[in-house]
Ligand binder design. Structure first.
Ligand SMILES: *Cc1c(COP(=O)(O)O)cnc(C)c1O
Length: 386
């Protein structure tokens, strides 16, 4: 046997050799449009804090009040130490907002997706999964032990062909997609996907992590925008909501099955009641945030046009996520560092997060940026060597 420490060093060197070793920078102070990072004042273009709510006074006040009334710890899994008042309230409010019957909170989107897919599918079932689905959805499908059929990204013809080819297999089927893809920033054809799922008796699971709060009427997401009610809606509270955690919504029975079977729910301490309070406060803010959503849209459009005019390879789309494809991991990270040296905090995305050869900058403005901030960013993109 190889000595354990030697094994660890070798693995790390291999990651380093592939240009894929990850280092996170240190941030002082709250997440916002401008940050102190590694001792430098930089414009933040890499967070999912889309509406700038992470430090909103109303959110902080709600958390303080919850700490006073309900304490911080949830003490155990809810099956064990019970549902706290704020868990129930947040679940009801979120379900109501998205016109579903019931909801269940999780400590994170990762825990939610692994739990929900594992709970709703089983050996013998089939999960049809978009090629670009988030790692948490991929892992949830694996945990379920169902057969996983990957269809080409947002490709309705491929999904139809695969549903057709498997129509006599398995006991049950799920179609799983994001509604705004996190690394490509595009939106799949949700209505045709929903119609196909129904035609083949498959359940539809839509992960609205990046769309909720940002897109659709009152920020109700892409499904509301196109008039689809999926069998299961998943969304996170750590992005536009400015908090932490996630939730799944569906019928009373679907949610009951998740509560009974999702291992990340049953065998995990419930989220803090303060987190549920932040969800409720975030929801109140998001309902009223048309002005912030308009600002975010305008900033994104200005950045897209400006980057395009500078001959950057901007992937098409019109949401708040602006992917600029660079290529190799080394070139991607070199450009990200050069931008940082010039005061722009832009994250480079490498495999395995995105397919090999498509290393990219993932540029995301925040609603609370000013137009001057955006123009400043574009002037840096114009002068940085590439
Ligand atoms: C971020 C994200 C998750 C994970 O949510 P966390 O709360 O960060 O764990 C799940 N799905 C998608 C599509 C995401 O982008």
């Amino acid at each position: 046997m190889k000595a354990f420490r030697e094994h660890v060093s070798e693995r790390l060197s291999r990651i380093e050799g592939q240009g894929l070793r990850r280092h996170a920078r240190d941030v002082a102070g709250p997440q916002d449009g401008w940050l102190w990072v590694d001792g430098r004042r930089v414009l933040c273009l890499c967070s999912n804090n889309y509406l700038g709510l992470a430090r909103h006074p109303a959110l902080l006040a709600a958390v303080r009040e919850a700490l006073e009334l309900d304490g911080f710890g949830a003490a155990a899994s809810r099956q064990v130490s019970g549902n706290m008042r704020l868990h129930r309230q947040a679940e009801l409010a979120l379900a109501h907002f998205l016109e579903q019957e019931a909801g269940v909170l999780f400590a994170s989107g990762y825990a939610c997706n692994t739990g929900v897919l594992q709970a709703l599918a089983d050996r013998g079932d089939v999960i049809f999964s978009d090629r670009l689905n988030h790692a948490s959805l991929i892992d949830g499908a694996r945990l379920s032990r169902a057969e996983v059929v990957v269809y080409e990204h947002a490709d309705i013809d491929d999904l139809r062909a695969k549903l057709h080819a498997h129509r006599h297999r398995g006991h049950g089927a799920l179609v799983v997609t994001e509604s705004l893809f996190s690394m490509d920033g595009d939106v799949p054809p949700l209505r045709p996907i929903a119609e196909l799922a129904r035609a083949f008796d498959a359940g539809l699971v839509v992960d609205e992590a990046h769309a909720l709060g940002v897109l659709g009427p009152m920020g109700r997401g892409m499904c509301a925008e196109v008039g689809v009610v999926p069998d299961v809606t998943i969304a996170t509270l750590g992005k536009a909501f400015g908090g932490q955690g996630a939730f799944a919504l569906g019928t009373l029975e679907v949610v009951d099955l998740i509560r009974n079977r999702a291992r990340s729910y049953v065998f995990s301490t419930a989220p803090s009641p303060a987190m549920a309070a932040a969800a409720l406060a975030g929801l109140r803010l998001i309902r009223e945030a048309d002005g912030l959503r308009r600002a975010l849209r305008q900033h994104a459009a200005r950045l897209r046009e400006g980057l395009h005019a500078l001959d950057y390879r901007v992937l098409s789309g019109d949401g708040p996520i602006i992917p600029v494809v660079i290529g190799t991991p080394e070139a991607t990270m070199a450009l990200s560092s050069a931008l940082f040296e010039r005061g722009l905090f832009v994250h480079g995305i490498r495999p395995p997060t995105v397919p090999a050869g498509t290393g990219r900058l993932r540029i995301v403005p925040i609603a609370t940026h000013t137009t001057d901030d955006i123009d400043h960013a574009l002037s840096v993109f114009a002068e940085v060597p590439r």
